[in-house]
Design a protein around this ligand. Structure first.
Ligand code: HEM
Ligand code: HEM
Length: 243
């Protein structure tokens, strides 16, 4: 199997459906969607939802950490090495984006690959800044006590600003997926749910053999334990509130 995600210039007729996105990558994606939506809703819902906001945030942090590790040890199309490409590939990908020809990439195209990295960086920043900030009244992230009030204020500013960037990225992400579906007649959502794509004959060797579940369960357990430890063993909080 080739280790690279590739596109063919003249694809032959699509064949039977083959596994492209492993289950851990798909679970990562849809759980991240739930956690970002949950973090947003609980941030807007009032202070009594702050602890739930923290839980969604910790889970987002765990998911991003898992995905970064999975980008090195996961199957072909989940690996950074298969979708992080240089400027020439990005330019080709940008040109192809604008025409109405169906996309023939097996995994992420170069722009999709870099947007994956950007998502991981932005969500990672959002969750990490959250650890250090407080609402200045009742609730504080577990590491708020180790930074000065001024630093916590700056990080809270970043938490707010970065969320606007995340929202913009999600809008671009969804617009691109709709453009692929209706403009380029390339359905991407179903493969992100089922894991399967109809590959052309010359791409059949790029299908992944299985879901690498044992590796994912071990990695996921280690990451979950690390996030729980990060929260549980945080230094004692600074006194909060007016009382
Ligand atoms: C990816 C995960 C996260 C997202 C998407 C997110 C999003 C948000 C949003 C949209 C707000 C409201 C900002 C505003 O009022 O303009 C907020 C506030 C807040 N978040 Fe998060 N957050 C995340 C993770 C975390 C984590 C892990 C913690 C702490 C453990 C945290 C702690 C807080 C606190 C304390 C506030 C209130 C800040 C204030 O009142 O100034 N967040 N978050
Ligand atoms: C908070 C919202 C969302 C975030 C943060 C997000 C993030 C991501 C990330 C990081 C990836 C890369 C997957 C990987 O390789 O691990 C991705 C891919 C993808 N996402 Fe989302 N996503 C969001 C919402 C959605 C929604 C609502 C849909 C569907 C309606 C969707 C459909 C897809 C599809 C189809 C791909 C695969 C694109 C391709 O084939 O290259 N996403 N998304």
């Amino acid at each position: 199997m080739t280790s690279q995600t590739s596109a063919s210039e003249k694809p032959s007729q699509p064949g039977p459906e083959s596994l492209v996105w492993d289950l851990p990558t798909r679970l990562f994606h849809w759980l991240l969607v739930v956690c970002i939506a949950g973090s947003w809703i609980t941030a807007e819902a009032g202070f009594e939802w702050t602890e739930t906001h923290f839980l969604f945030g910790y889970t987002s942090l765990g998911l991003v950490t898992f995905r970064i590790i999975w980008g090195f040890i996961g199957p072909t199309h989940a690996r950074f090495s298969s979708f992080i490409r240089g400027p020439a590939h990005i330019l080709n990908s940008a040109r192809a984006l604008l025409n109405r020809t169906p996309s023939t990439y097996t995994g992420h195209n170069p722009i999709g690959g870099w947007s994956t990295v950007l998502f991981l960086a932005v969500v990672g920043t959002q969750a990490t800044t959250g650890l250090f900030i407080s609402d200045d009244i009742f609730y504080a992230g577990p590491y708020n006590g180790i930074v000065s009030g001024a630093t916590a204020g700056d990080l809270a500013g970043l938490h707010h600003l970065n969320f606007n960037l995340l929202q913009a990225l999600v809008v671009i992400h969804l617009s691109a997926i709709l453009w692929y579906r209706w403009g380029k007649r390339t359905p991407l959502i179903k493969p992100m749910i089922t894991g399967k794509k109809a590959l052309a004959d010359e791409q059949l060797d790029q299908a992944i053999p299985h879901n690498y579940l044992l590796r994912a369960v071990i990695t996921g357990s280690v990451v979950a334990a690390a996030v729980i430890a990060l929260v549980q063993f945080a230094p004692p909080p600074a006194p909060m509130g007016f009382f």
